[in-house]
Design a protein around this ligand. Structure first.
Ligand code: PHE
Length: 481
């Protein structure tokens, strides 16, 4: 047994997992994707995926973490050995580590934009500004490598400091203050939107389900978003799961995380669209929804500067409670594998991710239209990195589902899940068949986007390989019995 830490309380894993799940995905990505995809129908598919695919994988990923009580890479190595399965399953850990490092690199740059807007709001620079001024302001921010780098650096240092302090003094204590504050602010912004915005229009936009309106692309985006928002398939949940108390219920915790995460996305959507519609603006403005439309709406409303500033603090807090969960799996691995001290490990991880983030910074200005990544992959470095994570996360999730579904024995799973035979059967069916099939479907979206054939070919091979491996377990098991 390794000398792993455990969270202070039975419920701390829930707090940490909610902190990881609730982030830019809920406040920034979810509203703009919903806006681009026409509202309610998108949400319906998103919610279905959360329940049919997200929750089963969330249970599986937490289970692998708690069963191994190690960081994702060492944990999968351990589980592969103790289950006499191929060492190739260790790739779950490596994929997770790679995704964490890649996501952190751009997540920190985008969270940095929120630092800029917090400042702009509190100083009242945007009060009364017109549409042109606000959108020029956003363009000017993106055009400045120096400003973007400054904010990116500040954000990543803050995240690193928290993780560097350790899971108790750093992660737990900051989440204990941060999360309740975030929920209060969110409710405050909702109330503000209700009073000052067009709440009825927002509600009907979000909750009118007309499936026919949704394109295939929209379906696939909704599934991708459900992975991203639950932090699935990349080791964050596994790393936190390694510290989870044996007393906590996997099923109940997973449902609670998914419920809170979805509720936050809905409330954020209601608040943001109330304000945006109230100001007579368009829902489908893409990634600029939060950074152009929303500041514009605040510019015209009573106390807009103050509430706007508080709103961007919320964005920052939610982003930092997620970014720390991106650092933890890699830092924990470096500590376990190379005997580094925690501060050394965090420093190494954060420095490398920071440097990679400079590529994202350059993607909005000096290398927006040209440069190596455009020559090689026909897209900016930021788009390329995001695409890679869009492949790695579902792939990791699929492998996690397959491993938990096929390699773990009935009694092991029951020891972790302590649940009824019926729910066990339902869960196992979902992780064995439904989740892998759904992920294969998500790949239909990502693979054709890739310039050249190399990555699709590797992706297809890995999917086929994963299914083959799954089958082998099935055959081996039936021979054992
Ligand atoms: N779930 C986070 C969000 O919604 C993003 C994230 C993904 C965090 C993967 C950790 C791991 O913003």
């Amino acid at each position: 047994m390794s000398t792993h830490n455990v969270w202070t309380h039975k419920g701390t894993f829930l707090l940490a997992a909610v902190g990881s799940a609730v982030g830019l995905g809920n406040l920034w990505r979810f509203p703009y994707l919903t806006g681009e995809n026409g509202g309610g129908a998108f949400i319906l598919v998103y919610a279905l995926t959360i329940f049919a695919v997200g929750i089963p994988i969330l249970i599986a990923e937490t289970m692998l973490g708690r069963a191994s009580r190690r960081s994702p890479i060492m944990g999968m190595r351990f589980l592969a050995r103790t289950h006499k399965t191929s060492r190739a399953w260790e790739s779950i850990g490596w994929l997770g580590g790679a995704s964490a490092f890649l996501i952190l690199s751009f997540y920190s740059v985008i969270a940095g934009w929120a630092i800029h807007y917090t400042w702009q709001m509190f100083t009242g620079s945007l009060v009364g500004a017109d549409a042109q001024t606000v959108s020029d302001g956003f363009d000017a921010l993106l055009a400045s490598p120096a400003l973007l780098t400054l904010y990116h650096t500040l954000f990543i240092i803050a995240s690193g400091l928290i993780v560097g302090l350790g899971i108790h003094k750093g992660i737990e204590s900051s989440l204990r203050i941060l999360m309740p504050a975030l929920f209060l602010i969110l409710l405050g912004v909702l109330a503000y939107g209700f009073v000052n915005g067009d709440f009825a229009a927002a509600a009907s936009f979000l909750f009118t389900f007309n499936l026919a309106e949704l394109s295939l692309e929209g379906w696939l985006q909704a599934m991708g978003q459900s992975f991203f928002t639950l932090s699935l398939g990349m080791g964050a949940i596994m790393a936190y799961g390694a510290y989870m108390s044996d007393q906590a219920s996997l099923t109940r915790t997973a449902f609670a995380v998914a419920f809170v995460d979805t509720a936050v996305a809905m409330v954020a959507g209601l608040a943001i669209f109330s304000l945006v519609f109230g100001a007579g603006l368009d829902a489908g403005s893409g990634p600029g929804l939060m950074f152009i439309s929303l500041p514009l709406a605040f510019a015209e409303m009573p106390f807009g500067a103050l509430i706007g500033g508080v709103f961007f603090i919320l964005v920052l807090g939610a982003a930092i409670s997620s970014s720390i969960s991106l650092i933890e799996p890699v830092a924990a691995f470096l500590v376990e594998r190379f005997d580094l001290t925690r501060p050394q490990a965090v420093f190494g991880m954060v420095l490398a991710s920071w440097a990679l983030g400079l590529l994202t910074v350059s993607s909005f200005n000096i290398w927006a239209e040209t440069g190596l990544f455009h020559d090689l992959f026909g897209r900016s470095a930021f788009d390329f990195i995001e695409l890679l994570t869009n492949i790695f996360m579902p792939l990791g999730g699929m492998l996690i589902a397959l491993f938990a579904g096929w390699a773990l024995t009935h009694s092991e799973v029951m020891k972790e899940m302590r649940t009824s035979e019926t729910w066990f059967q339902v869960w196992r069916f979902l992780v064995r068949f439904v989740a892998p099939a759904a992920v294969a479907f998500v790949f239909l979206r990502t693979l054709p986007q890739v310039h050249g054939y190399l990555i699709p070919a590797i992706g297809a091979l890995v999917i086929v390989g994963a299914f083959a491996a799954g089958r082998t377990f099935l055959v081996e098991k039936s021979q054992e019995q």
